[in-house]
Design a protein around this ligand. Structure first.
Ligand code: SF4
Length: 413
């Protein structure tokens, strides 16, 4: 059955019904399956019931690639890509959407009731009144359903409810469009574009960096790896955790401070002097260390100069407060992040290499999947589907790089 699935995924046939048909007419499959012709239910059940085994096959193939010295450079690009779930956007509810619909139905019911009252006065035909009463009854039923839905949405930890595939989530895709998706995290080697590790998640990229990096380290059995990721992964804690394991990591920082929107100087305009442990502000004044503070579990060092800010001629461009000085907050391990930024500046084309690397597998797998992406529902089944796609992609890459004879020899060793 695994042979049937691998063959199917290599040839862009993922549906169990289509695979059943192929076993009857595809000579290659007849040979491969020794003329066994399982029905679609048996084929689908195999995929559903053997997620762990399929995952292990995928992991074992990466091990085989490692044993064939495919990851000697160990430069790995990490990125996430959104794959469409089997869930129409109309069937996903957020608290706002549920409330809007309830208000719309309440307004419609009120409108129809007032029309009905008018018609009663005008003594309209019974037929018209019956139609309208039926409409009102249907709307009241729908309103009750929506009220129940609103309670469930508000009780949901992610504040959203997908009715067809409850594990899928509304996510921002390219072009800032909202779609019901899964976010597939993957780590791809930059030399051969093989997928070393992947994971289907229900969240955004932020906070995934350390997890993905540790999976790659486990798969490659080394920490001598350079990771590249985009600013969506930027997390000071994650970066430090990965650096602490002995790996290198290069992640650009996105501006999430909101200072540009507020029309005040960005933090990047304040220069830190490591020897003197002080900041120089855009007005060339020195902001010395003042005290420590805690923010969301991070220990911060605060730098400020009350007198300099009080007499500053460009104060309006620096702070919105009329009495507080502009404060610089520095994480106690910020040196680690500064050093990483310096190394990132000195490394050429990291963004280009990362994009070129991850686009290749994502683009290919999405093309194989077709317009609708996943065929199954629930995280467990979607993960198995992804494992099969990754296995097929890696297998195809290795056939291209090493040739089928050498690969077959390595597999049978
Ligand atoms: S307000 Fe304070 S921190 Fe800002 S530029 Fe003026 S002196 Fe420097």
């Amino acid at each position: 059955m695994l042979k049937l699935y691998i063959s199917g995924y290599l040839n862009r046939i993922q549906s169990s019904r289509r695979l059943e048909k192929e076993t009857h007419r595809n000579v290659e499959l007849m040979w491969l399956l020794e003329r066994l012709q399982p029905d679609f239910k048996t084929i689908a059940d195999f995929r559903k019931d053997n997620g762990k085994g399929i995952k292990n096959t995928c992991v074992r193939f990466v091990q085989l690639c490692r044993e064939m010295n495919m990851f000697t450079d160990a430069v790995v690009a990490i990125d996430g890509s959104k794959f469409k779930a089997v869930n129409n956007k109309q069937k996903t509810y957020t608290p706002k959407k549920a409330r809007d619909l309830i208000e719309r139905f309440e307004a419609s019911i009120a409108h129809y009731l007032s029309v009905l009252a008018d018609k009663d006065k005008q003594e309209t035909s019974d037929e018209d009144v019956t139609v309208m009463q039926e409409k009102i009854a249907w709307m009241k039923k729908r309103l009750a359903e929506l009220a129940d839905l609103e309670i469930r949405v508000n009780a949901h930890p992610d504040k959203q409810l997908s009715l067809t595939d409850p594990d899928s989530r509304l996510m921002k895709t390219s072009g800032m469009m909202l779609k019901v998706c899964y976010n597939v995290q993957s780590a791809v080697d930059t030399t051969h574009h093989l997928i070393i590790s992947h994971e289907v998640t229900q969240t955004s990229d932020r906070g995934q960096l350390h997890l993905v990096a540790s999976k790659v380290q486990e798969a490659l059995q080394t920490t001598d790896i350079t990771f590249m990721a985009d600013n969506g992964y930027y997390s000071r804690e994650d970066i430090k955790n990965v650096l602490d394991t002995g790996s290198e990591i290069l992640v650009p920082k996105g501006d999430t401070s909101g200072s540009a929107k507020a029309g005040i100087f960005n933090k990047s305009l304040f220069k830190y002097n490591k020897e003197k442990d002080e900041y120089t502000c855009p007005a060339c004044n020195i902001l010395p260390y003042r005290r420590d503070a805690m923010d969301k579990g991070f220990k911060l060092r605060i730098y400020a100069d009350h007198f300099a800010c009080r007499d500053c001629t460009i104060r309006s461009k620096c702070t919105r407060s009329s009495y507080e000085p502009r404060k610089m907050r520095r994480w106690m391990h910020e040196d680690v992040i500064d050093d990483m930024h310096q190394r990132l500046k000195n490394t050429r084309n990291t963004s280009l290499i990362r994009k070129q690397t991850v686009e290749h597998p994502f683009g290919t797998i999405k093309m194989w999947m077709g317009a609708t992406h996943y065929l199954t529902k629930r995280l467990k089944n979607v993960s198995t589907e992804t494992n099969l796609h990754v296995l097929a992609f890696n297998l195809k890459r290795m056939m291209t790089i090493k040739g089928t004879v050498q690969l077959r020899h390595a597999i049978t060793q």
